[in-house]
Write a protein that binds this ligand. Structure first.
Ligand code: NAD
Length: 309
């Protein structure tokens, strides 16, 4: 049997290379194959990451091609334009649609059945594009959704309350963009409602949704792009995709009636294991969250409609 492989398309870029590095360090898979149109850059990234494994053998990081993809391999797509200072994720839509269509056609060429994990922004719309282009079932084509945003929220809560982030149960849901929203109102820490947790400060959390949304813009202003956090998040998702037990992340995938919404992609609590993903319909939303989710659905739907042929 061959090694377990994960492909990163866009692996020469900041997000792809950092995801590959995190996957290597976390031993997410045995072989990490980078693909990128910038052949020089991707060679350099693969060589540099592979050299990090010299005291920790067993993981190979190298450049490769689409024809090496096998059924059930994991293909992480990070290729495309990234936000520039002042740009929203939705500003990237036209450029990245064409890139994603061309990549996904090559990923599934010959009828292959891999798992496709979309990262390219706007990720909800690009997941929709990838699903339609691939013709694969929806449990095999999904995006990171609001998992990065949720990591940001949990880290902020954990830091503020001085607890380990695994004790924090809270999500950012909806569009991975400016209409995202948190479930802070009913967040729990160690299964205690957050407001009753020692050290909870109403003022600290009053604007947490906006603070998390703004964080990406602040990071882009200072260092042009964000990659460490998404790299680690992607490595966690890839590890989850290899296990038989379910993990739960707010990934984005196609809704077909869940929460009363259809033909749109949004970040919602989703079970993931080695058979793919499934939206958890049992997650009950408050009235306010339902309204926020509908608003996100409207934003993503309009973006999808704007690129329909
Ligand atoms: P980057 O410019 O550093 O890297 C993009 C890479 O894609 C480049 O190396 C480029 O050569 C490659 N590429 C372009 N067209 C290609 C094609 N047709 N085939 C193969 N490779 C191709 O950008 P980045 O900072 O790595 O960001 C990549 C994407 O990830 C952006 O769309 C960004 O907005 C997105 N992103 C998403 C999240 C999330 O949570 N979903 C978080 C951060 C960034």
């Amino acid at each position: 049997m061959g090694k377990q492989k994960a492909f990163v398309v866009g692996g020469g870029g900041m997000v792809g290379a950092t995801a590959a590095y995190a996957m290597a360090i976390n031993k997410a898979v045995e072989e990490i194959v980078l693909i990128d149109v910038n052949e020089q850059l991707v060679w350099g990234q693969a060589a540099d990451i592979n050299d990090a494994m010299g005291f920790d053998s067993g993981i190979l990081v190298r450049v490769g091609s689409y024809d090496e993809i096998d059924d059930n391999d994991i293909v992480v797509v990070t290729a495309g334009a990234a936000q520039q200072p002042g740009q929203t994720r939705l500003d990237l839509i036209g450029t990245n649609k064409a890139i994603v269509e061309s990549i996904v056609s090559q990923v599934v060429a010959g009828g292959k059945q891999p798992f496709i994990l979309m990262v390219t922004n706007p990720v909800d719309v690009m997941t929709y594009v990838a699903l339609k282009t691939s013709g694969l079932p929806k449990n095999r084509v999904f995006g990171s959704g609001t998992t990065l945003d949720t990591s940001r929220l949990r880290a902020a809560i954990a830091d503020s309350l001085g607890v380990h982030s695994r004790e924090v149960d809270a999500y950012i849901l909806g569009e991975h963009g400016d209409s995202s929203f948190s479930t802070i109102e009913r967040a729990r820490v160690g299964d205690i409602p957050i407001r009753q947790f020692p050290g909870f400060d109403e003022e600290r959390f009053a604007n947490i949704d906006q603070e998390i949304r703004d964080r990406v813009y602040r990071i882009i202003e200072t260092k042009k792009s964000t990659y460490y956090a998404i790299g680690q998040v992607l490595s966690k998702i890839v590890i989850a995709l290899r296990r038989s037990t379910y993990s739960i992340f707010p990934l984005c995938s196609l809704l077909e009636g869940e929460y009363g919404l259809s033909d749109v992609v949004l970040g919602l609590p989703t079970a993931i294991n080695n058979t793919g993903t499934q939206i958890l319909g049992g997650y009950e939303l408050t009235d306010g969250e339902r309204t926020n989710l509908s608003r996100s659905a409207e934003v993503v739907r309009q973006a999808i409609d704007s690129i329909r042929e």
